[in-house]
Design a protein around this ligand. Structure first.
Ligand code: NAD
Length: 462
């Protein structure tokens, strides 16, 4: 007899959410996690601590330059980095403790150690005090992803770091080079720039934020440059070396760049190694992702994989939806379809950038006829009142059916505004539907309504 109905390997947003949902549905669940605390990269060293630092650093920056216009005088603003870091650690702890509490509440049995798949229904846990054999009817692999190495640039964790260490600097570097103008590079680059570092971002492509609508990425780049980020595109980093505490970053066909610290943010890879996949006969693709069918099942019967370990966007909320779906499939034999086109993407810079659905380039490339409505926050009353008027909302709708095909926002609270747009798209709304919905006044969300009106050339406040 198996010990459990379900073994989950990995307690990140994919794994822990799958565990909770499966337990809610009455399954006995074991969850294997090699770190001491639960929550995975997102909670421990990713989304949560970075958002804590983004918030603190933004408050510091605003206190320095944006309060006076509100008639608030604060005198000299000084930084207590140790306190800021302690607050971040407290925020992380309350979240990891929260997951531990939920495990207890749902009687999910936790095993500490590295999980290795031995075959269908069989996992070995390599713990500090030996090995434990676990058996279950079903196994879900949810081991997430790790920083992709960059050839020629060796991470030493001190001067040349990944996002994990860049959340832990004990002093503000005078100069920071960020390799990669993706999400991590721009979020953490913003944190340290606000706290006083001279930040240079080196990006291989001729644009920032690959995957984000081009018009929105261009506008964002202008805003970040105004904030003081030195963003250089078309620059391929080929190497880096440390001498006397200074890093020299080598670039192809160009002058090297020197900095106190270097953050490597050039993407992530699925954690499919060391899991026993090859020995167990689980198939992976060329990118190292576990191959699954539409039920998240691998080629091994009743062995599933979710989250960053499989195809689709590498995002915590995508992993969570995968987790719920796989748990419902296992427990009840049916599951909602997770539509990856409707997974919103948010960059938590200031202003935030958020998008869902197709970009304008993708529509053009596919030859899809569309209309576009754009509304700037400059013309939104609430944005003026709070003094955050950069950016715009752009809605793309099918030219004939008017169905919303994509929404792209750079602007204040874009990450919250996109929720309405995701819901609209999930319910197959037209731009007319969005435009007819009553939006409270004065709110930033009115910019979404106005962009929807603009699709038909009838925006009211511009
Ligand atoms: P990314 O893929 O978003 O961006 C990496 C960038 O590095 C690319 O633009 C790439 O062209 C560039 N690059 C690669 N090699 C280079 C070289 N040799 N020289 C210069 N530039 C080079 O990767 P990331 O920012 O590391 O993020 C990793 C993952 O984590 C992403 O999937 C992201 O979605 C996820 N993440 C999401 C959030 C969020 O949702 N807010 C936050 C952090 C991370």
């Amino acid at each position: 007899m198996p010990d459990f109905d379900l073994i989950i390997v990995g307690a990140g947003p994919g794994g822990y959410v799958a565990a909770i949902r499966a337990a809610q549905l009455g399954l006995s669940v074991a969850c294997v996690e090699q770190e001491r605390t639960l929550g995975g990269t997102c909670v421990r060293v990713g989304c949560i601590p970075s958002k804590a630092l983004l918030e603190s650093s933004e408050r510091f920056a605003m206190a320095g330059h944006a309060l006076e216009e509100h008639g608030v005088r604060v005198g000299e603003v000084t930084l207590d980095l140790a306190r800021m870091m302690q607050r971040k650690a407290d925020v992380v702890k309350s979240n990891t403790d929260g997951v531990a509490y939920l495990f207890k509440k749902h009687k999910i049995e936790r095993f500490e150690g590295r999980g290795e798949l031995k075959g269908a229904g069989h996992v070995v846990v390599h713990g500090t005090d030996g090995e434990t054999e676990l058996h279950a009817e079903h196994v879900v692999l949810a081991t997430g992803s790790r920083v992709a190495p960059l050839r020629g640039v060796e991470i030493d964790g001190e001067r040349i770091v990944t996002s994990t260490e860049a959340l832990e600097f004990d002093e503000v570097p005078e100069s920071l080079v960020v390799i990669g103008a993706g999400v991590i590079g721009l979020e953490l680059g913003s944190v340290w720039a606000r706290l006083g570092a001279r930040v240079t971002v080196l990006e291989y492509l001729d644009r920032i934020l690959l995957g984000i609508d081009d018009e929105i990425a261009k506008e964002s780049r202008k805003i970040f440059t105004k904030q003081g980020l030195d963003i250089r595109t078309g620059v391929r980093v080929t190497g880096a070396s440390v001498e006397d505490g200074t890093v020299t970053v080598e670039v192809e066909d160009g002058e090297s760049v020197k900095a106190d610290r270097v953050l490597v943010a050039t993407g992530r890879l699925p954690n499919s190694e060391g899991l026993g996949l090859e020995e167990a006969g689980v198939e992976t693709d060329a990118a190292g992702r576990v191959t699954v069918d539409e039920r998240f099942m691998t080629n091994l019967e009743r062995v599933y994989a979710i989250g960053d370990l499989i195809h689709g966007p590498m995002l915590a909320h995508k992993a969570e939806e995968d987790g719920v779906a796989v748990a419902e499939l296992i427990a009840a034999g049916r599951a909602p379809h997770v539509d990856y086109l409707l997974v919103p993407n948010v960059v938590y810079t200031e202003p935030e950038i958020a998008s869902v659905g197709h970009t304008e380039e993708a529509l053009r490339e596919a030859g899809t006829p569309y209309r576009k409505g754009v509304f700037p926050f400059q013309a939104n009353g609430r944005a003026r009142a709070i003094g955050l008027t950069s950016g715009k909302v752009k809605i793309l709708a099918h030219k004939e059916t008017d169905r919303v095909l994509g929404v792209h926002i750079v602007g204040p609270r874009a990450g919250d505004l996109i929720a309405e747009c995701v819901a609209a798209m999930a319910f197959h709304a037209t731009s007319e539907d969005v435009a007819r919905v009553v939006h409270a006044h004065p709110t930033l969300a009115e910019a979404v309504k106005e962009a929807a009106l603009a699709v038909d050339g009838r925006a009211l406040h511009i």
